[in-house]
Design a protein. Structure first.
Length: 202
């Protein structure tokens, strides 16, 4: 016995259900926020924008060039468990809100083995942290340094034009910690001759 043919009404219902599912899946994909963005924006209060489009939009600002100058001071250190040297390449710079800038930090592994480290950022004063926007940073991913290896680590940032008028200076600080889990995996991979060792972001 042949199955009864679908009626136009049932076909419309089926198409509607498929469209609803597609829209729901599309919306859900936008709700997945990366963990680094949650950590920096919610825990540390540091805004993140990534990608060339975000850079151009932030740099343009839409309000012309600001005449205001802000002093940004850079600081860095390591946890006692991490045998690295780590410091900013320059101590400070004067920047205009709404414009994109770049600086670097210098890191060196002083031990005789490869180690993975993770950096935690902070901004002072705390009330200015939400106006400090990083577009590129070594703190977004864990960093691996081989024994004796040195590396320049870039940071690209801008200051939001809405920074309160009474905040004229900001300090960007990083503390590097040893990532015990990834360092252990790296040691295991090397001992087993595996090429699946954790790598640093370029």
């Amino acid at each position: 016995m042949n199955a009864p043919a679908q009626t136009p009404r049932s076909r419309r219902f089926g198409m509607g259900a498929m469209v609803a599912i597609a829209i729901g899946a599309f919306g859900f994909s936008f709700a997945l926020v990366p963990l680094y963005r949650i950590a920096c924006e919610k825990v540390f209060g540091i805004r993140l924008e990534r990608g060339p489009d975000a850079d151009r939009a932030a740099e343009a600002g839409g309000r012309g060039r600001s005449d205001r100058l802000i002093t940004v001071t850079f600081d860095g250190g390591v946890n006692s468990k991490l045998p690295w040297q780590f410091a900013p390449s320059r101590r400070s710079m004067r920047v205009r809100p709404g414009e994109l800038y770049e600086t670097t930090y210098h890191a060196r592994n002083t031990s005789d083995r490869a180690i993975v480290g993770s950096a935690t950022p902070s901004i002072a004063p705390a009330r200015g942290s939400k106006y400090f926007i990083k577009t590129e940073c070594f703190c977004f991913t864990a960093q691996t340094l081989a024994a004796g290896e040195s590396r320049e680590m870039p940071v690209r940032f801008l200051i939001d034009r809405d920074l309160p008028d009474d905040v004229n200076s900001l300090t960007l600080s990083y503390t590097f910690f040893k990532n015990d889990l990834l360092t252990a995996r790296l040691s295991e991979a090397k001992a087993g001759g595996s090429s699946d060792a954790p790598r640093s972001a370029p």
